[in-house]
Design a protein around this ligand. Structure first.
Ligand code: G6P
Length: 371
């Protein structure tokens, strides 16, 4: 079927707005008659999953950032070492992979050549490959031993948005599935996490209702030449994804850093007027929250214009923030699903302001089918 913009100016805006549904559809109907979590196509037995000693996630671009988010959840829930690697780097460094390795390939298109080559290499070494893809029947889904589909619907804009949030949701299902078959978590704990996940589409909608219609998100877009993004814990990959969006569609220099790394270099970049986007963890994790709030103060003291993503009710950021984008109270591991939204919209507004073709940015392809 022909996919249309359905009244939106761009596919990217439409796809940003479709995220509540993309995540809800991805989470839908995952429990079998006995209430156990299920995946789509499974050609790996439970015994094999129980014997897995490590997980390696391979992907490119936005999908790799989704993988970086997922790593925090998979290690926390399953107590299995989990690495995330860009597919092209994985393939050529002679990685240590065995029959006890689960390689997870994340790809919207299922056709990214670098990711295809990575899974072929992994399978040659005896690893099991599980694919998280948005395109049923794609090369990666056909070559994998198991498939978990993201039901984001077709993504047309080159810059990935709804695929990212759907990929995180799917990775979390995988994490909970592994915890279930390996007995790391009790059934009621898994049900509890699933409940919290199922609350995310409504929270995503809340953030979109707040900001998707706002023309400039409160930022003076005129002054911006480069943007620094800071995040800690799961906020770190989100910071890198926010920077990627700006590079892709607004052709602006942007970089995401781990907030803790600030004093080890990036703070030297801060001068009067430098925009810095900071993702602030929930105050319910004071050990993370306190440090990021002091990062805001540090860059602000050096003249940065601070654009802050923070939870409702977290007033500690107000005195250091030029702009605050508010997200609902959300468990830490699920925060990326709402935190990324203002960053996607920021890139969209910036690219529109500069007059660029948001859906078809220069030099980029939706799916890179060459190595
Ligand atoms: C290209 C696209 C990105 C995408 C990446 C991975 O670089 O421009 O938006 O994140 O490929 O694509 P995949 O289809 O494997 O998720």
């Amino acid at each position: 079927d022909r996919v249309t913009k359905e009244g939106f100016d761009t596919f990217m805006e439409k796809e940003i707005r479709e995220q509540p549904r993309a995540v809800a559809e991805t989470l839908k109907e995952r429990l079998d008659a006995k209430g156990a979590l299920t995946l789509d196509e499974l050609r790996i037995g439970a015994e094999t999953f129980r014997g897995i000693e490590s997980v390696i996630i391979v992907a490119c671009g936005t999908a790799a950032y989704a993988g970086q988010v997922a790593r925090y959840a998979i290690e926390h829930w399953c107590r299995i070492p989990c690495e995330v690697e860009l597919a092209h780097e994985f393939r050529y460094r002679d990685p240590v992979v065995s029959v006890r390795t689960l390689v997870v390939a994340i790809s919207q298109s299922g056709e990214t050549m670098d990711t295809i080559m990575a899974i072929r290499h992994a399978r040659e070494q005896g690893a099991r490959v599980l694919a998280i893809v948005n395109t049923p029947g794609s090369t990666i889904s056909r070559e994998a031993d198991a498939v978990l589909l993201t039901h984001a619907g077709p993504e047309i804009a080159v810059a990935s948005t709804k695929a990212f949030t759907a990929q995180i949701a799917a990775c979390y299902l995988l994490g909970l599935y592994l915890a279930q078959v390996r007995g790391n978590k009790y059934a009621d704990e898994i049900a509890d996490y699933l409940d919290r996940l199922s609350e995310m589409p409504a929270k995503i909608q809340t953030v979109l209702d707040r900001y998707a219609g706002s023309p400039d998100l409160g930022v003076d877009l005129e002054r911006i030449k480069s943007v620094i993004f800071l995040g800690r814990h799961v906020g770190y990959p989100v910071a890198m994804e926010g920077a990627l969006k700006l590079k892709e569609i607004a052709y602006l220099h942007a970089e995401g850093f781990a907030a803790g790394e600030l004093k080890h270099g990036p703070i030297a970049l801060i001068e009067e007027g430098q925009p810095v986007v900071i993702i602030v963890p929930t105050p319910r994790r004071p050990e993370l929250h306190r440090k990021v709030v002091s990062n805001i103060a540090e860059v602000r003291a050096r003249g940065a214009v601070t654009l802050v993503v923070a939870e409702d009710g977290d007033e500690s950021v107000n005195e250091f923030a030029e702009v605050v984008w508010r997200v609902p109270k959300t468990p830490t591991l699920m925060r990326p699903l709402v935190d990324v939204l203002p960053l996607q919209l920021f890139a969209l507004r910036m690219a529109g302001h500069l007059g660029f073709d948001v859906d078809q940015p220069r030099n980029l392809a939706k799916s890179v089918t060459v190595e």
